[in-house]
Design a binder for this molecule. Sequence first.
Ligand code: ZN
Length: 423
Amino acid sequence: MASETGAQLHAFASELYPICRSITGAGTRATLDAVSRIVPLERVEVPTGTKVFDWEVPREWNIRDGWIKNAAGERVVDFQRHNLHVMSYSTPVRARMSLAELRPHLFSLPEQPTWIPYRTSYYRDNWGFCLTHEALQALPEGEYEVCIDSTLEPGALSFGEAVLPGDSSEEILIWTHVCHPSLANDNLSAIAVAAHLARSLATRPRALTYRFVFAPTTIGAITWLALNEAHVGRIKHGLVLASLGDRGAFVYKRSRRGDAEVDRVVEFALGAEGTAEDFSPYGYDERQFCSPGFDLPVGRFSRTPNGRYPEYHSSADNLDFITAESLGASLEACERICSVLEGNVRYRNLLPKCEPRLGPRGLYRNATGRNPSEFEHALLWVLNQSDGTRDLLSIAQRSRLDFSVIANAATAARDAGLLQAVS
Ligand code: ZN
């Protein structure tokens, strides 16, 4: 069922789809502006040349046009028709050349002859065009005129952050990348989910603080970590969101630690709707958060992971490849994960010697009934297991009761003075 929310997410991805994003430049800023209309972002601009660990913030890339004209002056490849046609970070070029001279700058996918590939050349000066293999094969010998009207100049790398304060200053980091041009699953899907997750969390009480970051991948994460190194200790849990709009099932990639609380919580919250796999140093920005010098409790939440679907990094990753249903269900899963992360408290039973009397404390609603209610069952489990070492998630798993029922029972017992949270 396509929920109204799912349709909103798809509409937002559609609004962002035409924008030519890269790791820097006007397209990325326009994307952050659009996200700011869903959840206000604080914009950070980091100047070109800033040293960030072993890297440096690159020159800013902007593009206005790009084309290849045949001898008749017709545009046979045209950036205006699809922004994947120009390799991202192409240096400016204006030249006439033969097909043989042009060929090393042309990229296609022979195995998918009707798709345009996505290529980048961030850290090596080069220029190129991407086109369908069919179009490439149809180019006759002869002279061509090529133009890439781009600039690579000192500027800045942009990212946006939204912080939603909670009762605790400990944070849940929600991270997603914003540097791909017209590609829908990778990663407009996660931009849409993250923005709407922030909007939904903004309207309710929060036990933990949320920090949403929308940044270019790799260099953006490295830059953010370099600027925020002193503060990463406040990250209690983190999720890199990516590829959340395709029709595949959920896949959670564990943090490098493998047994972080976020790892346990996500696997639990997804249940039969997803699978979990071990960390690997390949993928999205979890690579930076889980580098050994940080080793943060950050996992990655996606549907079909990068590189495991043929449409990946091609023009076939378009708005038809992502669905409102998948986007809506991804947002719901994120909300579920966040509510377990926030509610997964460890308590100590303050009257641990024998069972405390529940009736006088207003906790035993069904004193004369034959079968205790689910709530009462949950209460007994929480009181029995809360010795300060076990969190509510482990109690929910052991009791096979719903996490929300366990959490409600724990809150009631805490309010009745029977439990105290352990930090
Ligand atoms: Zn990608």
